[in-house]
Design a protein around this ligand. Sequence first.
Ligand code: FES
Length: 168
Amino acid sequence: MTDTAATSGAAAGDDTAAGAHRAQARDILSGYAGHKGALLMALLDVQYQLNYIPETTVDDAAEILGYSQPEVWGVLSFYSDFSVGQGHDHFIDVCIDAPCHVTGARAIERAVRDAVTAGGKTDVAVRAISCPRLCNQAPVVAYDQEWRGQLTPRRAAELARNLGGDTA
Ligand code: FES
């Protein structure tokens, strides 16, 4: 399950826009339902039409196209064509699935969120995500899609503090 949480709140108008974008993305994805191997094309279509990939598209593509969430996330994180999420320049993705969970992912997630909040980094979003299949390096975190493994909360927070430059 992909649980996405940005570090800065969205205005009510943004929520409405996000809902409209999600509906549009779901319509686009539905056009590819039943087509084997259509995941990449469907995601590119969403990117092309919306100029970004709504974070909800991970769940929606998995549901509509019959892939697992890690498979969808794997495609999105592999190709640089995709811009996942809107309103942030930087993303920190914390894997929270079982092998990372048992090696401290939640403590790492807390440390990263605290570092981002304390640093006033309004251009950085922190997301809790599903397994990117780097379990032998657990716990793992991606900083702008660059994966780092065997992290401690202290090191994860330090890397978070070095990401982005926007301060509130
Ligand atoms: S569970 Fe975190 S990388 Fe696999």
